[in-house]
Design a protein around this ligand. Structure first.
Ligand code: T6T
Length: 325
């Protein structure tokens, strides 16, 4: 009798160690739709997402458009929805234009989490507004990033003179907020600085470079530029170089492609504000998995920045935040 009871107890405790068959057998597929596929920022985000997917035994699908544009992103989204993944992580390329296409996913029962950029106001799950259905928003604090950029540029130019923002196009939550934070900080704390009209480059670095030269031609006393994303910053920096103004027109760059190292070392770029896209991807997958397995998920997760300049760019604890190619 004793032996039977002991065996029964053993069987119970052994079965308690084994997860229920349904949870164990289910291999979730999570789709990650970037702003565009050929951008170090999203390539790095994908690596973080893959690391989490590997750790959790999730199948990660990465599918995106070759340019940052709702017109090319929406068909990719439709194709992903048709394949019925268990969850969608997406960097919406427009605050408004992605609302209805993403509602289709949500209506089809596919949970949506936005990474990097948001739709609507970016405040989700409030019952207010018509774009609050995503479960979570995982990203940098972009208003703060713009403020940091303004302070860095103000310092580089001795707190006086003309500057402008090189930006992508209105309607993108991230770059709108960076410009907002930049202008807010300049207006509040840097009265000696004049912020000229923003130049929009459609995420085209060549356009950003020509715009820099045109602004400089109109304003030979230009002293600085804030490149509000990777292509805006690289383009503006090239424009400064082509205008022969390296070191005279200061550049503060958002984002940190590997090429920024040379630009910092040669003095073409004063400061680069690196985001942590791998963290965004990692926590995106973890959040989706948490939701799929019955856990609750924070409505917002903020990731940090690493500020790079000549004094620290050689430090491996800093350079590890450079983006992958
Ligand atoms: O700056 C990032 C991203 O945060 C933004 O939303 C779009 O541009 C980048 O991908 C850089 O190119």
């Amino acid at each position: 009798k004793k032996i039977v009871a002991a065996l029964a107890a053993l069987a119970i405790s052994a079965s308690a160690l084994v997860a229920p068959a349904s949870a164990q057998d289910k291999k979730y597929t999570i789709a990650l739709i970037p702003g565009l596929t050929t951008d170090g920022f999203y390539i790095t985000m994908r690596k973080g997402a893959q690391a989490a997917a590997d750790a959790l035994g999730v199948n990660l699908v990465f599918q995106g458009a070759p340019d940052f544009n709702p017109v090319t992103q929406v068909p990719v989204l439709d194709a992903v929805i048709a394949k019925k993944p268990d969850a969608i992580l997406i960097a919406p390329t427009d605050k408004v234009q992605l609302v209805e296409p993403l509602r289709k996913a949500s209506d089809a029962g596919i949970p949506v989490i936005t990474v990097d950029t948001f739709i609507g106001s970016g405040v989700y799950q409030t019952g207010a507004g018509d774009a609050d259905f995503p479960l979570s928003y995982i990203a940098s604090d972009n208003v703060l990033g713009g403020e940091i950029a303004a302070r860095a540029l103000a310092k580089a130019i001795g707190d006086k003179g003309k500057v402008y923002v090189s930006n992508v196009k209105p309607g993108i939550s991230t770059t709108d907020q960076r410009e907002e934070g930049f202008k807010k900080e300049m207006a509040a704390n840097h009265p000696g600085i004049t912020v000229l009209e923003t130049q929009f480059n459609d995420n085209d670095a060549n356009k950003a470079a020509s715009q820099l030269q045109a602004v400089f031609a109109r304003n030979p006393d230009l002293v600085g530029v804030f490149g509000a994303n990777l292509f805006s910053a690289l383009g503006a920096a090239n424009g400064v170089q082509q205008a022969g103004q390296t070191g005279t027109v200061k550049v503060v760059a958002f984002d940190a492609p590997t090429s920024i190292v040379d630009n910092i070392n040669t003095g073409l770029v004063d400061v680069a504000i690196a985001q942590h896209p791998a963290e965004i991807g990692y926590f995106g997958v973890v959040s989706a998995y948490a939701h799929l397995t019955g856990q609750s998920v924070p409505v917002a997760i903020g990731t940090g920045f690493t500020i790079m300049d000549k004094s620290n760019i050689a430090d491996p604890n800093i350079s590890k935040y450079l983006y992958s190619e």
